[in-house]
Design a protein around this ligand. Structure first.
Ligand code: UDP
Length: 243
């Protein structure tokens, strides 16, 4: 099905949360390795100067519109984009459905102990869930082969990689065939939120499309990254003028 909307050269699927979940359900059944990306404005902006990331996103089997900026861009360019599908929410929905399907999940990424804490939280929230392995996201190139064999031997059906953008997307793409995990997703700060290390914006701020502001206030180190947002708006606008 071609429901891709091109935003700054990257195809983003115009799907609702439910449509994304239905499609991922089929990915599990197909058992061939597939990559899902969650595209926010910052990621799309980065893809304009990071060709490797752009190619990975365009090769991904599903790219969900993670963020008010992505939905705005699609609408501004004259496309339908039904709703925001936040990576954090998508990960929670997948975990919620995992026990009845007897699905095995691997948590890879974030600072030491964070994935373990997120695992405990997942076990509390989703009784019966099988988190078959955890591993922090700080490693050198020499550690990669060991990490790959650890993940492979855990035989997950679903791999969450929380290494930040674009490290997580590049790692998943590089090892896609070797890992042979049916569904892999880059989930950014998801384990941090589950472990209580980071907070998610309150619902009213999410509804007001201000999640980016909340994160900037809580993590002032990220504030510099905010410049990507007005740049994104201008770039999307000028790409519209050119078409
Ligand atoms: N991280 C990691 N390895 C690294 C760099 C970052 O595991 O080399 C983790 C970091 O601890 C955090 C997550 O990746 O848990 C990045 O979260 P963030 O919300 O910054 O994601 P982004 O906005 O970059 O997708």
């Amino acid at each position: 099905m071609n429901d891709k909307v091109k935003i700054l050269g990257v195809g983003v699927n115009a799907v609702t949360m439910q449509e994304a979940l239905d499609r991922i359900e089929k990915f599990f059944e197909e058992k061939k390795p597939k990559i899902i990306a969650t595209a926010n404005a910052e990621m799309l902006m980065r893809a304009t100067y990071d060709e490797e990331l752009k190619k990975i996103l365009n090769d991904a089997e599903l790219v969900v519109p993670d963020g008010a900026g992505t939905v705005w861009a699609a609408h501004h360019l004259g496309y339908q984009m039904p709703e925001r599908v936040a990576g954090y929410d998508l990960a929670q929905e997948l975990m919620k459905r995992a026990p009845e399907k007897n699905r095995r999940i691997y948590f890879f990424g974030s600072a030491p102990n964070v994935a373990e804490k997120a695992k405990l939280k997942a076990e509390e929230l989703y009784p019966g869930i099988k988190i078959v392995g955890t591993r922090n996201g700080f490693f050198s190139a020499d550690d990669e082969s060991k990490i790959i064999s650890e993940i492979k031997s855990a035989q997950p059906d679903l791999l969450f990689a929380a290494l930040g953008v674009p490290k997580q997307e590049k790692f998943l793409a590089k090892y896609k065939d070797e890992l042979n995990v049916p569904v892999s997703i880059g989930v950014g700060g998801t384990f941090d939120v589950m472990a209580g290390v980071m907070k998610r914006a309150p619902k009213w701020m999410q509804r007001a499309k201000l999640e980016w502001l909340f994160r900037a206030i809580l993590q002032p180190k990220r504030a510099g990254r905010l410049i990507a947002l007005p740049k994104f708006v201008l770039k999307v606008h000028s790409s519209k003028q050119k078409t």
